[in-house]
Design a protein around this ligand. Structure first.
Ligand SMILES: NC(=O)c1ccc[n+]([C@@H]2O[C@H](COP(=O)([O-])OP(=O)(O)OC[C@H]3O[C@@H](n4cnc5c(N)ncnc54)[C@H](O)[C@@H]3O)[C@@H](O)[C@H]2O)c1
Length: 244
């Protein structure tokens, strides 16, 4: 595949789960990939395991300087930045009665501030190049709201608004910004869920199965590539039909 031939892509939270699946798809499509993750060791190991040009770097998306350092490293090595995926994420689930302020702040910070850092800093490079695509990973939780996720649902809905605002600011600079809302996808994040919660979610899915990380990664590849050249400010649901 040559959909991303010679394109340079940064994926935050790329050391495992959905982000790693994206790194694998992007490399297969010919991209040079930076795996940027809070866990530097895993980021490096993940990059080494990829079948193509890639490197891993430690990066906390909440810290703008660290996001800028990942972008600078990509530019220093490969000279451009064509794709930026804001994928890093955490959950701190609890009902409002039990959720602490720290749990609220942590989730808002990683998802919303992290996504803003990635979007604005990648945009700054891409507008000069007059090309680039940004893919922001929201969630179905941001569309419908989930019990025990007032923090996460707020952050993921916020990512949709942010993506649309950024898409409008950047469209005339040749930079596209789109979002994906995955449903229930098999990863470390969802496997930590109690069986009862898993079963309840499964019952809501018309396709009657959870998604696999590569089924989100191929949609990210579509949005990252020229296959979606006339799409910006959109939200694609990857949910097996859940809450359509
Ligand atoms: N798995 C699902 O069902 C599902 C559904 C909807 C949305 N999502 C979203 O997809 C994204 C990836 O989720 P996943 O299931 O692969 O989770 P995961 O927990 O398997 O992976 C998340 C990665 O993000 C990294 N990370 C966490 N905080 C970070 C930070 N501050 N800076 C940089 N990296 C950080 C972690 O180290 C980890 O490698 C998240 O944004 C998540 O909210 C997942």
């Amino acid at each position: 595949m040559t959909l991303l031939k010679d394109k340079v892509a940064i994926i935050t939270g790329g050391a495992q789960g959905l982000g790693l699946a994206m790194a694998e798809e992007f490399v297969k499509a010919g991209a040079k990939v930076v795996v940027a993750d809070l866990n530097e060791e895993s980021a490096k190991a993940a990059a080494e395991g990829l079948d193509g040009e890639a490197f891993g770097i430690g990066c906390n998306v909440v810290n703008a300087d660290e996001v800028q350092a990942a972008i600078d490293a990509a530019l220093a090595k490969w000279g451009s930045l064509d794709v930026f995926v804001n994928n890093a994420g955490i959950t701190r689930d609890a009902t409002m009665r039990k959720m602490t302020e720290d749990e609220f702040d942590a989730v808002i910070s990683v998802h919303l501030k992290g996504c803003w850092n990635g979007t604005r800093l990648a945009s700054a490079v891409m507008r000069e190049q007059k090309s680039g695509t940004i893919v922001n990973i929201s969630s179905l939780s941001g569309k419908v709201g989930m019990v025990g996720q007032t923090n996460y649902s707020a952050a993921k809905a916020g990512i949709v608004g942010m993506s649309k605002a950024a898409a409008k600011e950047m469209a005339h600079h040749g930079v596209r910004v789109n979002a994906i809302q995955p449903g229930l996808i098999r990863s470390a994040m969802t496997e930590a869920m109690p069986q009862k919660a898993w079963d309840q979610k499964m019952a809501e899915i018309p396709m009657q199965r959870a998604g696999e990380p590569n089924e989100v990664a191929t949609v990210a590849l579509f949005l990252a590539s020229d296959m979606s050249s006339y799409m910006t400010g959109t939200v694609l649901e990857v949910t097996g039909g859940r809450f359509m």
